[in-house]
Write a protein that binds this ligand. Structure first.
Ligand SMILES: [Zn+2]
Length: 542
């Protein structure tokens, strides 16, 4: 409609097609006064790169005109004709080519975007793609009403920013380079349509929202509440290690009664059983890591006792703030983890090995060959180590199933592992978890009470019964369970926003999803992307 083809030239050696093109319309509107004018001042040429045609690159040799504006009242005397559907005023490529390059840059960034563009026949460079991405204007979107706010890590434990997501359409609204109340206040002042803000439990964002959007309803994200409850449960169970261990033994017993032990097969006595050297080395390395961790724990406690702020501690030790808080909640450092003897690689095959064991197949070489046919690619040693454990379990009168679960191992599960089980919905718990929870709560009245209280809180969260929160806090305070009482005390300090979180349907799930996308984009650009580029790629989803 706008352009007219006057001629063409095909350069076979350069694989380039040049189209000579003029503008068809006779009269053009002045960009300033919008009055039509027919009086041509002069003509000149523009060369625009366009989309390729098969193996040929295409360029437009475009004759454009300058016009006189004859309106006495208009300040503009001479102007160049605009071609808004073809190319931007000073661009060297057509709009449609620029749009494809932009899409490639937004989806993949400079380097990978250039490689994809080359495969599509669009020659460009990383610098060009990044320039296009930086210059792209944000897509028009409805004014946000329900906002999700959370932090994102530039570098874990060192530098944080703020991400803002529209909770109605799940689109990223903005990426702020810092995590501060001031920057949130400024953003909210420019977006007065926001009526509800969902946030974590930090006082910083609470303050920013209070000042930037004083009438907005603050909502504490339910995920963060469950996370804090889990930490309280872990702290509460941390002092109960003997009970956790005793419950594991009883769980093994109960499981054996349920599924039945297998008679111990005759042991092949010709082989000397020694701990492999590699395993010894692994255990030594683990002990070293644990010692370093204990040292970190002690440093954190010491700095905190000297009234050093948590942010400073995190920066000095290269830890994330949540990690520092976790270490501060502990009264003693965590015990070392037990070495993983059977290896995670065997886990998917354990059910099969136990079935064969029950069928009387106890030769580890044969079992290894059977696993290999199912796609197992690891060593015979891993298999034989697991078979040795089954043999020892049989000799002790345990069911082989007791060797696959963290809830039945002799040293018992960690307080951390049990805390994750407690906050997991019952339908999603692994097979032995309910059995273990029963054993644990039946024997220890205090643990039983902590369990009941924590499940009651989860019921409030999942059923969104915010009205019952006050009664729950009273019950916990009366229980005398210190870790849970501290958690309840913390809720009291932010009660309005937490009650809103336990009542309204909004949560920061979509923000979490976008933060994961952000991590992926950061990794793609190998940490070289500036916040401007990340922001563009986050806001302009392709
Ligand atoms: Zn004019």
């Amino acid at each position: 409609m706008t352009l007219s083809l006057q001629g063409w030239h095909l350069d076979e050696t350069a694989a380039q097609l040049t189209l000579q093109v003029t503008v068809t319309r006779a009269r053009v509107r002045c960009p300033l006064c919008h009055v039509l004018t027919p009086r041509v001042h002069s003509r000149y040429s523009r060369i625009l790169a366009d989309l390729p045609w098969g193996p040929y690159t295409v360029r437009l040799h475009l004759r454009v005109r300058k016009f006189f504006c004859d309106q006495p009242a208009c300040a503009r005397r001479i102007f160049t004709e605009r071609l808004p559907t073809v190319a931007a005023p000073w661009a060297r490529r057509t709009l449609r080519l620029a749009q494809r390059l932009l899409a490639s840059g937004l989806a993949l960034g400079g380097e990978a975007g250039t490689r994809l563009a080359a495969r599509l026949g669009l020659a460009t460079s990383p610098a060009t793609l990044l320039r296009l991405v930086q210059a792209a204007s944000a897509p028009a979107s409805p004014a946000p009403r329900i906002l999700g706010v959370d932090e994102w890590a530039w570098r874990r434990g060192q530098r944080y920013g703020t991400i803002l997501v529209n909770l109605e359409d799940h689109q990223v609204l903005d990426l702020l380079p810092e995590r501060s109340a001031a920057s949130l206040v400024a953003w909210l002042a420019q977006h007065p349509t926001v009526t509800i803000v969902c946030r974590d439990r930090s006082a910083l964002y609470a303050d920013g929202i209070r000042r930037g959007a004083p009438t907005a309803v603050q909502v504490v994200d339910r995920f963060h509440l469950v996370q804090n409850l889990r930490e309280a449960v872990e702290a509460c169970l941390h002092d109960q290690q003997p009970a956790l261990q005793a419950a594991a033994a009883r769980t093994a017993q109960a499981l054996t009664q349920q599924v039945g032990a297998v008679a111990s097969p005759a042991l092949y006595r010709g082989r000397h059983h020694s701990v492999p050297v590699q395993q010894q080395q692994q255990e030594a390395a683990q002990q070293q890591r644990h010692a370093a961790w204990v040292a970190t724990y002690e440093t954190v406690q010491r700095l905190h006792a000297q009234a050093t702020p948590v942010t400073v501690i995190a920066q000095q030790l290269g830890l994330s703030r949540p990690t520092v808080y976790r270490l501060l909640r502990r009264t003693t450092p965590s015990p070392p983890r037990s070495p993983q003897r059977s290896g995670q690689v065997l886990r998917p095959y354990m059910a099969y090995l136990i079935r064969r064991w029950r069928e009387g197949i106890t030769d580890s070489m044969q079992l290894w060959r059977e696993l290999r046919e199912q796609g197992y690619t690891y060593s015979t040693r891993t298999v034989s180590r697991f078979i040795t454990r089954l043999r020892q379990a049989s000799a002790a009168g345990w069911a082989p199933e007791t060797q696959t679960s963290p809830y039945t191992r002799p040293q018992g599960p960690s307080a951390r592992a049990v805390s994750f089980t407690w906050v997991c919905p019952e339908a999603k718990r692994t097979q032995d978890a309910p059995l273990y929870v029963d054993q644990l709560t039946q024997a220890e009245p205090v643990i039983a009470q902590a369990y009941t209280l924590s499940q009651a809180f989860l019921t409030l969260v999942r059923g969104r019964w915010g009205a019952d929160l006050a009664a729950w806090i009273t019950a916990v305070s009366a229980s005398g369970i210190a870790a849970l009482a501290r958690f309840a005390q913390g809720l009291q300090e932010d009660l309005t926003a937490i009650t809103a979180g336990l009542t309204l349907p909004w949560s920061n799930g979509p923000v979490e999803g976008q933060v994961n996308r952000l991590k992926l984009l950061k990794r793609q650009s190998y940490g070289r992307a500036g916040v401007g580029l990340l922001r563009q790629r986050m806001i302009q989803a392709v």
